[in-house]
Ligand binder design. Structure first.
Ligand code: PLP
Length: 398
C-alpha cells in the first residue's frame, strides 16, 4: 500500500531538483567557502548566488539582508534574543497565544529574564482583534513577534496591517514575523506589502528543502545583536561554517516555489476544498477550524466531536494516511492543542482534531482515498466512545 502524505506542515518531501542542486556540494565541491584558494571561491560563489535567489523570492534588492541559519527555531531565537539584547532600555514584548513553541518558549524565557510579555488572544475563527493589538502597544514596547500563518489551522494573520500600525505608533518598535508556514504557500513581498517587517524567520524543510537549514531576514538598520557568536561568517552576524549544500538546496526550493506559487497553490487549494466539502457532507458533528478566517491553501484542520484524535490517527496510519493531531512538535503528548484551546473549540471536539496539510506532490487520487476511508474511521472511533450516543447517532447530552 502506498502512503498518502498529508502532513506537509510538519515537514515536506525534498524535491528531486533540490537534491540534484545540492549533490555537487556534498561531493566534489566540499571546500570551506572562507578559504582563500580557487576551488573554495566556487563554493563561496554558490552561497552568494543562493543568497541572491532567496532575496529575489522576497522581492528584496539587498541580498545581504538574508542570513542563513540551521532552522526556523534558530532564526526565531536569533531574532528575539538579538532584539532584546540590543535594546536594553525597553522590556515589553507583544506576541500571540497561538504561536509555535519556537516563539512561545522564547517568550516564556524572556519573562524569566524580566521582560513583560503580552500574549494576545484570538477569536473562535483564530483571528486577532486589531483594536486589542493597537491597545497593547506601549511606550516601552521593544518587539512585536506575530506569526504569518498558523501551523495548526493555517489561519493567516494580517502582517501588512499589524506591521504598519506598529511603525505608525512608534517606528522604534521592532516587528518580527515567523513565516515558517507561509513561505512557499502565499506571496511575500518584503519591499512593498511587508516593507514594515524588520525580521522574518523561516525554514527549508517546510518548502521541499532538507531539514537543517533556515534563514532570517534582517532589515538593514534593525537593532539586533548576533545570537551565535564566533567566526566572522554572515558579516559577523551568525558564526559557523556555512552549510553550503543545504543553503544551495534552500535557494533551489524557493526558486521552485516561486515558479509554481500561483498554479500549484491554486491546485492544492482545490484538493483541500474538495476534501473539506466531502468531510462536511459525510461526517456529522464536526468543526472546520479557522474556516471564517483567511487560511493557507494547503491546510485543513477538522475537529470531530466525541473522537479521540490519537485513535483516529492510529486508524489513519493503518490505512497509510499520514496526518497530524496537532503541530509536529506537540504531538506525542495528549495535551489538547494550545491553538485550538485559544480558539475555544467546544470541549467535546478539542481532543478530536486532525490536521491535513498538502503539498504539490498530493493528487486527486489521494483525496479519493481519504474521502473513502475517513468517515468510516470516525464512525469506528465513535462506536467505542462513551460520549457518543449509538442509538441517536449523535453526541450524548448531559
Ligand atoms: N515556526 C512554525 C510556525 C513552525 O510551524 C515550525 C515547525 O513546525 C517552526 C517554527 C520550527 O521550525 P524548525 O523545525 O525549522 O525549527
Amino acid at each position: 500500500m502506498s502512503i498518502i502524505y498529508a502532513d506537509n506542515n510538519a515537514t515536506t518531501q525534498v524535491a528531486p531538483e533540490v537534491v540534484e542542486a545540492m549533490l555537487p556540494f556534498l561531493t566534489a565541491d566540499y571546500f570551506n567557502p572562507s578559504s582563500m584558494y580557487e576551488p573554495a571561491r566556487h563554493t563561496a560563489d554558490a552561497i552568494k548566488e543562493a543568497r541572491e535567489a532567496v532575496a529575489r523570492y522576497f522581492k528584496l534588492t539587498d541580498p545581504n539582508t538574508i542570513l542563513f541559519t540551521s532552522c526556523a527555531s534558530e532564526s526565531n531565537n536569533a531574532a528575539i534574543f538579538g532584539a532584546v539584547k540590543a535594546n536594553p532600555n525597553r522590556r515589553h514584548v507583544i506576541t500571540t497565544a497561538v504561536e509555535h513553541p519556537a516563539i512561545l518558549g522564547v517568550c516564556k524565557e524572556l519573562e524569566r529574564e524580566g521582560c513583560d510579555v503580552t500574549f494576545l488572544d484570538v477569536d473562535a475563527q483564530g483571528n486577532l482583534d486589531i483594536g486589542e493589538f493597537v491597545r497593547a502597544l506601549r511606550h516601552d514596547t521593544l518587539l512585536v513577534t506575530v506569526m504569518h500563518a498558523n501551523n495548526e489551522t493555517g489561519v493567516i494573520f494580517p502582517i501588512e496591517q499589524l506591521s504598519r500600525l506598529t511603525k505608525e505608533t512608534d517606528p522604534a518598535i521592532i516587528f518580527h514575523t515567523d513565516a515558517t508556514q507561509s513561505v512557499g504557500k502565499v506571496p511575500i513581498d518584503l519591499r512593498r506589502e511587508l516593507q514594515y517587517v524588520d525580521l522574518l524567520s523561516f525554514s527549508g524543510h517546510k518548502v521541499h528543502a532538507p531539514k537543517g537549514v533556515g534563514a532570517l531576514y534582517l532589515k538593514r538598520g534593525t537593532r539586533c545583536r548576533p545570537f551565535l557568536i564566533g567566526g566572522h561568517q554572515e558579516e559577523g552576524r551568525r558564526a559557523g561554517t556555512e552549510n553550503v549544500p543545504y543553503i544551495v538546496g534552500l535557494a533551489k526550493a524557493l526558486q521552485l516555489a516561486d515558479e509554481g506559487l500561483n498554479d500549484e497553490n491554486t491546485r492544492v487549494l482545490g484538493l483541500r476544498d474538495r476534501l473539506e466539502k466531502a468531510i462536511e457532507e459525510k461526517v456529522p458533528y464536526i468543526e472546520i477550524n479557522g474556516r471564517g478566517a483567511p487560511r493557507l491553501p494547503n491546510t485543513l484542520n477538522v475537529s470531530c466531536h466525541c473522537v479521540e484524535g490519537e485513535s483516529l490517527l492510529t486508524q489513519m496510519d493503518a490505512h497509510g494516511i499520514c496526518a497530524s493531531s496537532g503541530s509536529a512538535c506537540t504531538s506525542g503528548s495528549l495535551e489538547p492543542s494550545h491553538v485550538l484551546r485559544a480558539m475555544k473549540i467546544p470541549e467535546t471536539a478539542v481532543q478530536g482534531s486532525i490536521r491535513f496539510s498538502f503539498s504539490r506532490y498530493n493528487t486527486d487520487a489521494d483525496m479519493d482515498r481519504i474521502i473513502e476511508a475517513f468517515p468510516e474511521m470516525v464512525a469506528n472511533v465513535r462506536r467505542i466512545s462513551p460520549y457518543w450516543d449509538q442509538e441517536k447517532n449523535a453526541p450524548r447530552l448531559g
